[in-house]
Design a binder for this molecule. Structure first.
Ligand code: HEC
Length: 123
């Protein structure tokens, strides 16, 4: 009877550990689950993000801080000079954007990084 209890305890602890192994392996195989940065384009991906999060203050009309992000040419200026990534990553030396709102979610930042690193094309 005592051996039987020990065996039972051993099986129970094994069962408790198994799911942990399973998830560890899955994370190694698919590190970026849920964030697809393969098809990032200005018109389809980037412009809508900027419109939703930034144009309240940075449309041509609003122009807060003398910064206009409306239209590809204007946004590209800030992509090329490093300020776009600096402000959305909340790097030191840059004012954190979007001002007065939570930081953009990781996947959104990754998409903008991908586009900037591609040379900020008008695609
Ligand atoms: C609520 C208004 C507001 C929103 C929303 C906002 N900004 Fe700004 N932004 C400002 C103001 C005001 C300044 C200038 C004052 C300052 O430097 O803090 C500024 C400055 C900037 C600058 C210039 C940074 C520099 O180093 O001089 C950039 C680039 C910028 N914003 C990008 C963005 C981006 C990208 C978003 C959206 C993710 C965004 N902003 C959302 C108000 C806003």
């Amino acid at each position: 009877m005592k051996n039987c209890l020990i065996a039972l305890a051993a099986i129970m602890s094994l069962l408790a550990v198994l799911p942990g192994c399973y998830y560890d392996v899955e994370e190694e195989l698919y590190p970026n689950t849920g964030c697809d940065t393969l098809d990032v384009g200005y018109a389809t991906t980037i412009a809508p993000i900027i419109e939703d999060n930034c144009l309240n203050c940075h449309s041509a009309a609003a122009n807060f801080g003398n910064v206009t992000l409306e239209g590809h040419n204007n946004l590209k200026t800030y992509a090329d000079n490093g300020q776009l990534l600096g402000v959305i990553r909340h790097e030191s030396g840059f004012p954190a954007m979007p001002q007065g709102a939570p930081q953009l979610v990781d996947c959104t930042i990754e998409k903008i990084e991908k586009w900037v690193n591609d040379g900020a094309p008008d695609n």
